[in-house]
Design a protein around this ligand. Structure first.
Ligand code: HEM
Length: 495
């Protein structure tokens, strides 16, 4: 065989490779349009370190906060990516754009491995899906769905009465409550977790695959290894994924053959049997999304809220006092739509969403073909932009005592417990449900649900901390969804 030309020698290939990466790093650091934006050099020269932090470390929220504290409200966190704190970024990045300007789309690579649904659909498709699905979230619809929340809340109280004076994993039980409730609302039947005291395989798969899904995002950087990883995915996980999707299909098919009469659920509002709305496949995918979007987020917020109350006994006493002095009669006094009666409960939810947002890192958007600007920085097409909730909510320029749990900052000035010290807090930067045309559809429902269940459980029980449950918030890791350890607390039933 003839010798290869000298240019193909191993030494030359190695030299050219090193030269290419050096030249690219120099370009990205000094000549790239984003080179004027502040940020650490190691995130500017390659996407690998940033992707590692987001997909593998579980602690990107904390790194991102430290970077913002050091560099300010705009930080370059990738060769073509800026992290922009909410006081600048919410409207500019996620807000409605004037008619002639193109919407900055969701970044497709962020949603690898997720079948298309309302959260991942491109702009035009998204508008159509949102128009159909939003009907399930009107005030009237929420009112008509109340009985489903009441049913599962009563079941939760009953189960906890049976476990009085014992230690339970609160994080697990909040998941049972929310997944059973939203399962019934979206699939027409619960997962049976409150009944049986055990999580359902459909739900288990979601939690078991949080890390793996995010890690596969890291492998997008290495297509060859990704192919290998797909081949090496445990057959058990593949089988469970197939069963998960088959069960979703089956549940929706069954729901569509059933008339729920007066007991309205999401499908009652979303499904049009004349074929002018969603297809059956779209309904099935979006029903699954509604279950996860509604359950995981509210269960996480409720767990974090109780965990903050347990380490702040003075706040615990206040919320318990408010609830027990407002609802002195039977449990039927507490209803889903009672919110205005318990402003301190609402303030505790707002403060938890600030300190422990369900989506603490940014959901990236991609600048359109004509580019754009943010502050003084020119953005080339396809620049990625994100607002990180964690760094925004905990910035000392936005909040006094940013790491402390102080619900009083959310009370109206007329309230007896209002604390003027926090009058200058920048409360508008807290957009835990996101902002603009793709903001959360379940925001109002989530507030109703959380105020309702908190009022009911604190009317019926006291919770005592356990040493194993200490520092729960600090032990959570984040992979777009929170990976939460158990939250063991002792139940003490009230008469
Ligand atoms: C504490 C409670 C909740 C929080 C913090 C929360 C937060 C969010 C956030 C940040 C987004 C935007 C995600 C993105 O840009 O990719 C979102 C979207 C969404 N959420 Fe929620 N959510 C909560 C509860 C709920 C509930 C109860 C439902 C209803 C079942 C729900 C349904 C949705 C839907 C359908 C979307 C997609 C909207 C669209 O793309 O047009 N969420 N949520």
């Amino acid at each position: 065989m003839a010798d290869l030309p000298a240019v193909f020698s191993i030494a030359n290939i190695a030299f050219l490779t090193v030269f290419y990466y050096l030249a690219r790093s120099v370009y990205r650091l000094f000549l790239h349009p984003l080179s004027k934006a502040p940020g650490p050099w190691y995130l500017a020269i390659s996407t690998i370190p940033g992707t590692y932090y987001i997909c593998i470390s579980g602690r990107y929220n904390q790194l991102n906060r430290r970077l913002h504290e050091h560099y300010g409200p705009i930080v370059r966190v990738g060769p073509n990516k800026l992290s922009v704190r909410g006081e600048i970024g919410w409207q500019a990045i996620y807000g409605h754009k004037p008619r002639e300007a193109e919407e900055w789309s969701k970044w497709p690579a962020f949603f690898v491995n997720i079948p298309p649904d309302i959260t991942t659909a491109p702009t035009a498709e998204h508008r159509r899906l949102r128009r159909e699905i939003i009907r399930a979230f009107s005030d009237k619809a929420i009112q008509e769905q109340q009985s489903i929340f009441h049913h599962y809340a009563n079941l939760l109280i009953q189960r906890w009465r049976e476990r009085d004076q014992t230690v339970i994993d609160l994080a697990k039980w909040f998941n049972f409550f929310t997944f059973d409730t939203f399962g019934d609302l979206a699939f027409g039947e619960p997962f049976g977790s409150l009944q049986g005291g055990e999580s359902h395989p459909w739900v288990n798969l979601i939690f078991d695959s949080i890390k793996i899904n995010k890690m596969s995002g890291f492998l997008e950087e290495f297509p060859l290894i990704k192919r290998l990883a797909i081949l090496l995915t445990p057959p058990d996980l593949k089988r469970r994924a197939t069963e998960h999707f088959e069960l979703s299909e089956q549940k929706i098919r069954q729901r569509l053959t059933r008339d729920r009469g007066d007991r309205k659920d999401f499908v009652s509002y979303i499904w049009k049997s004349d074929g002018t709305g969603l297809t059956q496949q779209e309904l099935e995918r979006n029903a699954s999304t509604l279950i996860v979007a509604g359950s995981e987020t509210t269960a996480t917020t409720l767990s974090a809220l109780i965990s903050y109350l347990l380490r702040n006994p003075d706040k615990y006493d206040r919320i318990a006092h408010e609830i027990r002095s407002t609802y002195k009669g039977g449990d039927e006094e507490v209803t889903l739509l009672d919110a205005a009666n318990v402003p301190y409960v609402h303030a505790c939810i707002e403060e938890t969403l600030r300190l422990f947002p369900a989506v603490p890192i940014g959901a990236p958007r991609q600048v359109g073909a004509s580019g754009g600007f943010i502050e003084q920085y020119r953005l080339p097409p396809k620049t990625l932009l994100e607002v990180p909730q964690w760094a925004t909510h905990r910035a000392s320029v936005n909040f006094r005592d940013p790491d402390d749990f102080i619900p009083e900052r959310w009370l109206p000035a007329s309230h007896a417990w209002y604390d003027e010290k926090y009058a200058n807090d920048n409360r508008g930067v807290v957009q835990s449900f996101s902002y603009g045309p793709r903001a959360c559809l379940g925001r109002t429902l989530a507030y109703h649900e959380m105020r309702f269940i908190l009022s009911l459980i604190l009317k019926n029980f006291d919770f005592e901390p356990t040493p194993e449950g200490a520092n729960w918030v600090e032990r959570c890791e984040h992979y777009f969804f929170w990976v939460k350890p158990p939250l063991p607390v002792k139940l003490r039933g009230l008469k």
